[in-house]
Structures are given as C-alpha cells and as structure tokens.
Design a protein around this ligand. Structure first.
Ligand SMILES: *[C@@H]1O[C@H](CO)[C@@H](O)[C@H](O)[C@H]1NC(C)=O
Ligand SMILES: *[C@@H]1O[C@H](CO)[C@@H](O)[C@H](O)[C@H]1NC(C)=O
Length: 604
C-alpha cells in the first residue's frame, strides 16, 4: 500500500499544493481535466484531444542538502569526457607496454586484497584504452578480468558500454543489472539499462528505470526526463490501441451524449414522424420514432435504446432514410466509431444533400479523424445550402475554438447569435472565447447578460462559475455551481448534468483543500452518471493529491476505459502509467520515497 511506503508528512505540508513544485503538479493535473472537458464537453460537437501530455511528477525542484551533493559527485564521476581523455592519455604515457596481469579464478584466489585492487585497476585502464580505440571485444575481455579481480559496479557498467556499442542489448541489461545490484543509485547504469530495454521493446521496464534515474538525479538530466515523456507516450499508446481493439463499442456517459446532442438547436421531426402521426407498428418509421422518443428521455438507458432503434429503423427501411442514416451515424460517432459513422453520414448526404445538419456532423467526424480541410469544406458546402442556418456558424466557431483561432470563433458565434438569439450555447461559448482572448471584462459582461436572458438555464451558471473559478473567485464560483446543481436537480433529477457537481468539487479542493467534501461531490456525480470520465478523472486527482496513489491509479485506469476516442484513451493511460511507474519506483526503491515526495507534493 502506498500509505505504508510513504511516511506521513508534518501537518505544515497538509496544504502543500501552494508550494511552487506541487503547484505545477496541480497545474498539469488540472490541465488534464480541463482540457478534456473543454474538448469533450464544452465543445460538444468537435472533438480533438489537445493532448495534455506531460508527466505530472516531473518538476524542477532543486534538491539541496547532503544527498544532493553526494549525487552530484556521483554524476561528476560519470561525466566529463575531458577527464576521461586525460585519464586515457595518462595510461598511455605511463608504460603502455607494461604486460598486463594474467588472471583467472584460481590466480585471483591466491591474491591479496591489495593485489586484486591493483590488478583490477590496471585491467580496467587497459579496458578503457581498448574501448577508446573501439576494440570492443578486447575491452570486454579486459573488463571481465577486472570484474574477476574485484566486482565493482563501475566495471560492469564499463563492460555494458561495450555491449551497448555492439548493440547486444540483452548483455547490456545483464551487466547494468549487476552494476545496479551493487549500487542501486547508479544513474548512469540505470539510464543505460533503460536504453537497452527500450531497444528490446520492453518499454514499461525502460520507463521504470528512466523514472528511477530521474528521481535519484533530482530531475537534473534533461535527456532522462525527455525519455520518461517519450516512453510514457509509447506505453500508453500500446496499451490504448490494444484497449480500443478489444473493447466493445459503447456509448459514452449520458452527460457527454446530452452535451453533444444539445449542441444542435432542437428541431421538430420531419412531417410524418410527429408524436401524433399514425405509424404502422413494426415499420422502420415506427422504430425511428421510438428512437427519437428515447433520445428525449436523456438517460443512459434512453440513449442506448435510441441507438438500437435507429439501427433497426435503417435495417427495415423508412420513408425518411436520409434522416434515419443521420441519426444512426450520430450514434455510431458517439460510440467512437468514426469510420462507420462517416459512411452513414455520406449516405445521408447523398440521399438528401440539403440537410445541412449532416454536413455539420460529418465535419466533426472528419475533424476527429484529423482531416481539417475536409471539415472546413463541409462547413462551406453547408453554407451553400443555407447561409442562414445558425447551427453551421456555431459549429464552425467550435472548430476555430479548438484550433485556438479565437477571433474567427468569436465572429462565428456572434453570427450564430444574430441569426437566432435563443440558443444559449452560442452566448456561453462567445463568453468563454472572449475570456480566452483576454477580454475578461467583455466576457464577464456577456455572462451577466446571459444570466439575465436565460435565468433558468443551469449551463449558464455552470460555465460562468468555471470562469470565476479560473480567476480564483472561489466564493462566487461555488455560488454559481450551487445554483446550477439546484436547477439541474429540480429539472431532471434522474438525468442531471453532473458537470456543476464536479466543478464544485474542484473549487472546494482548490480553495480549501477540502478533500472530503470534494470526494463526496464526485461520488454523487458518479451515482448519477457512473460512466462520466470527467468525474472519474477528478476523483483520481483528488486521491493522488492525498497520496492515495494506489486508488488514484484505479481511477485513472477507469478513466481510460471510459474515454471515447483513441487520443483520450492514450491521454488517460499516460496518467495511469505515470502513476503506476511512480508506485513501482517506490516499491523498488523504498529509500527514494521521501525524495519523491519532496519533489512532487505527493504522499500526504
Ligand atoms: C568506465 O568507467 C569510468 C568511471 O565511471 C568512466 O570514467 C569511463 O568513461 C568508463 N569507460 C567506459 C568505456 O564506459
Ligand atoms: C465520406 O465522405 C468524405 C468526404 O467527402 C470522404 O472523405 C470519405 O472518404 C467518405 N467515406 C466513406 C466511408 O464513404
């Protein structure tokens, strides 16, 4: 258990995330949640993972004291090519022709300790010379003899350098492992073994060694730190691809689905599908309408049923095939199957090129697949069909927003508002965009106006609260979240949007470090929407901040399984891997636990 490994910190550390080093930890973690949220939730339609990336525990904390100095000395020993050259020259200028001692096991047994040391030194020096002239087999032989005289971690490490030069990775691993067994904090050997592991495709092992090396070294070695980042990404990608291939297609949380669907202005169904229209049971149209009704329930079960109904409707054929394909594609997209979704939307557009919503939806799919130009082309085509459709401007604005083209985004949101003022999300997003552009005053004004005009819409309070939270106006922010929660609860107790609950948790956590209350709020969110990845990821953060690393890991892993796209999965998994590696380092190097803690702000 993590708590066994990590001694409790003095209480002055209890609010430690105000210290600069852990502030950056917090920044990285909150980036994880907020970037995902911006991308997946605020945006609704267009989903790109910005890739929060980064490892949360790498901080530039300066280590001081004895331990730091000792490590510096060790590092010096391993560094300095000038010194090495000089040493090699010394060896040459001495008596290069002096015969080297002949050794084997029997001979060594007869030697005194003094003699062994002397022999070993000579053999090693000769080994270094051979290495210098790139005669690796000879160098290996000489280091082997030196080891025979005296097992010194440096000799093993020296020999591993030869194997490294010969790309004999298994042997590198063997020798560096021997060196590390003799000196567990031998950074050079750790880095070399990590490199060999990476060459062998053992990425998790490599990650573990590089991480340990970074911690021992106080994160002074840029190269090792970069290697950790690289390997985290590699490991997360491997696992993420596997996870994606193995798991069944499934809808994301109801919060996500609702947010996506409400990013389109609601429209009545086409004539013939109205609530009071008479439709023959068992026909495609009948199932199509059942699907539409299920969507309206806004619950997990409702969305799942809707997905099935649209599937049946298309299979049975309907009088509204373009419309049915649009819906089936939408649900496939929500399930993370962008390729299949694209087929349906293509089909829908072919049957009814005038349905602008199909272009918009296809644009978001194309964007998710990384095809910006095609997405932009779809918006252009949609506008050719109807230049006055406010949805097109809203979603094109989302595209700009994601690409950080805020001025263009603001223009499109405004146009969408001019065409139809009644759609709340255009206003909200305009306010958020103004905020991003640094126009805090106009942003706040936009939100105050929103509250006046949409006083009973919870989303306004939620997003206003987020901006207030960003300005550290905690009290006001929490007040807004409370209002949003209350409105959500009253309006749809069984299907409420849980984002304000999670935001309140984050606010309490940032403001008062009130873990208990924050956890409670996340738990409440998870009861309402068990698959909400944002709630799960927030929980992971809260646990991590309290040093409950093992539990945090579980939540990060769960967040990965709940993520919808490959990018999101990989992002969540890289946090899980970083956490797991850290746990493993603590288990393998209990003596490092304290240092790790000092550096990361973890473990309280
Ligand atoms: C052998 O080890 C010494 C001490 O760490 C180092 O100075 C030297 O460069 C090493 N030689 C090789 C070939 O790794
Ligand atoms: C659908 O249409 C888009 C845009 O025209 C095209 O890029 C894509 O290849 C098509 N996909 C399928 C599966 O037909």
């Amino acid at each position: 258990m993590a708590s066994d490994l990590i001694p409790p910190l003095p209480s002055s550390h209890a609010v430690g995330f105000h210290s600069p080093e852990s502030a950056s930890l917090w920044a990285r973690l909150s980036t994880y949640v907020s970037e995902n949220k911006v991308v997946a939730y605020t945006i609704g339609a267009v989903v790109i993972v910005a890739g929060a990336g980064g490892i949360y525990y790498i901080t530039q904390s300066s280590q001081s004291g004895e331990k730091g100095k000792k490590r510096e000395r060790r590092a010096d020993k391993g560094k300095g090519t000038d010194k090495d050259k000089k040493a090699a020259e010394d060896v040459k200028s001495q008596k290069p022709e002096e015969p080297l001692p002949e050794v084997d096991e029997e001979i060594v047994e007869q030697l005194t300790l003094e003699q062994r040391k002397d022999y070993a030194g000579k053999l090693k020096a000769a080994g270094n010379r051979a290495y210098g002239s790139k005669d690796f087999p000879l160098a290996i032989d000489l280091y082997t003899k030196a080891i025979l005289c005296r097992p010194d971690p440096i000799f093993y490490s020296n020999r591993s350098a030869c194997f490294n030069a010969l790309s004999e990775w298994e042997k590198v691993v063997e020798d560096t492992t021997a060196a590390i067994a003799l000196d567990p904090e031998y950074v050079k050997a750790l880095n070399r073994r990590a490199h060999a592991y990476e060459q062998l495709g053992k990425n998790s092992e490599a990650l573990l060694d590089f991480t340990a090396s970074c911690i021992i070294d106080g994160f002074r070695n840029e190269g090792a730190a970069q290697s950790v980042e690289r390997l985290l990404k590699k490991v997360a990608e491997e696992k993420g691809k596997k996870m994606l291939a193995e798991r069944p297609k499934k809808l994301p949380s109801s919060t996500f689905v609702s947010n996506y669907l409400q990013s389109f202005r609601s429209r009545p169904p086409p004539p013939g599908l109205e609530e009071d229209a008479i439709i023959l049971e068992g026909t495609g149209d009948y199932h199509l309408r059942l699907g539409l009704e299920a969507v309206e329930r806004k619950t997990v079960e409702g969305y799942e049923e809707a997905g099935r109904e649209f599937e049946t409707a298309v299979e049975l054929e309907t009088n509204h095939e373009a419309y049915a394909l649009n819906w089936r594609g939408t649900f496939k997209y929500l399930q993370g199957d962008a390729a299949e979704a694209l087929k349906d939307l293509n089909g829908s557009i072919e049957l009814d090129p005038s349905m602008t919503q199909s272009y918009i939806k296809r644009a978001s799919m194309l964007l998710e697949l990384g095809d910006r130009e095609a997405a932009a082309a779809d918006f252009a085509t949609a506008l050719e069909h109807n230049a006055d459709d406010p949805d097109i401007y809203y979603h094109r604005a989302q595209l700009h927003f994601i690409l950080s083209e805020f001025a263009e985004a603001a223009k499109d949101y405004q146009k969408s508002i001019d065409l139809d003022r009644s759609f709340i999300f255009s206003h909200i997003q305009l306010g958020v965009t103004q905020y991003k552009m640094g126009s805090i005053a106009s942003s706040m004004a936009t939100f105050r106006k929103c509250i006046k005009n949409f006083e009973s819409t919870p989303d306004v309070y939620n997003y206003y609260g987020e901006l207030l939270l960003d300005q550290q106006k905690y009290l006001e922010a929490i007040e807004k979240f409370d209002t949003a929660v209350e409105m959500e609860r009253t309006a749809k107790p069984m299907a409420m949007n849980v984002l304000p609950l999670i935001n309140k948790a984050l606010a309490l956590f940032q403001w008062k470090q009130d873990f208990t209350e924050a956890e409670k709020l996340c738990e409440r969110a998870l009861i309402i929407d068990p698959d909400c990845d944002i709630a799960v990821a927030t929980m992971a953060q809260l646990l991590l901040q309290q040093g409950k690393v093992t539990e945090a890991l579980k939540y990060f892993e769960k967040a990965a399984t709940l993520s919808r796209t490959e990018g999101e999965i990989i992002n969540a998994l890289s946090y899980a891997e970083a956490t797991r590696t850290q746990l493993e380092v603590q288990e393998k190097y209990p003596q490092l636990a304290n240092r790790l803690q000092g550096m990361t702000g973890l473990g309280r």
